[in-house]
Write a protein that binds this ligand. Structure first.
Ligand SMILES: Nc1nc2c(ncn2[C@@H]2O[C@H](COP(=O)(O)OP(=O)(O)OP(=O)(O)O)[C@@H](O)[C@H]2O)c(=O)[nH]1
Ligand SMILES: [Mg+2]
Length: 192
């Protein structure tokens, strides 16, 4: 069993060439700004402040490495589609995220977070197409599930399963312990 509470912040990357040592397998979390990536990590780690979160989009600006149980890295990434960021900065972040995801032999799994409450946005659809295009292994996490009814959630999950049958769909909320445990089990199954 992985002890997610045994976690250390390792480093923030500005330059993708300076990956942390030792080399370990890694998993990462991507999605629109404010979708809940950093909060999810705090929930997994059982911390409140290790990963910086904010109600304002654009909080995470670098590629942040956390080492879990001396076994693997969890990587927190900046969000995409942050409209208030100047176009040039948006493109820079997008390139950084794509650069991180491509050609990373250590990357075991990508978790794409989508807000459970909202219809798939154009930018999310583009991200899914991009992941498919490069044949990357990803699962979808529906975030903030506490904000919708059980019926609405079930409908959303079924819609996803119909539209993208090959991709695993995981419901998640930082306020739902069962879902936190469920995600930990999924990660444990990766066998890192
Ligand atoms: N109700 C509820 N709120 C959540 C949940 N997860 C995150 N939030 C809130 O959503 C806001 C954004 O959370 P972050 O974790 O900073 O989002 P992020 O995806 O890391 O955002 P960027 O770093 O800007 O890309 C914060 O106000 C969180 O408290 C959840 O499961 N339920
Ligand atoms: Mg963040």
């Amino acid at each position: 069993m992985i002890n997610f509470h045994n976690v250390q912040f390792i480093k923030s990357l500005i330059n993708l060439e300076h990956r942390p040592q030792p080399e370990l397998m890694e998993i990462c979390f991507i999605g629109r700004s404010n979708v809940g990536k950093s909060s999810l990590l705090n929930a997994l780690f059982g911390t409140r402040k290790l990963v910086k979160v904010s109600s304002t989009p654009g909080k995470t600006q670098l590629v942040n490495y956390f080492m879990v149980d001396n076994r693997f890295y969890c990587v927190d990434l900046p969000g995409y589609g942050f409209a208030r960021l100047p176009k040039k900065e948006q493109v820079k972040w997008q390139k950084m995220i794509e650069g991180y995801l491509l050609g990373n032999d250590c990357l075991k799994k990508i978790y794409l977070l989508l807000d459970a409450r909202h219809e798939l946005q154009t930018i999310d659809r583009q991200m899914i197409e991009w992941l498919n295009h490069y044949g990357l292994d990803y699962s979808i996490i529906l975030s903030k599930c506490d904000k919708i009814s059980k019926n609405a959630l079930n409908k959303t999950i079924n819609d996803f399963k119909k539209n993208i049958p090959s991709v695993e769909i995981l419901p998640f909320s930082i306020r739902n312990n069962e879902m936190i445990v469920g995600l930990k089990k999924e990660i444990a199954r990766l066998g890192m």
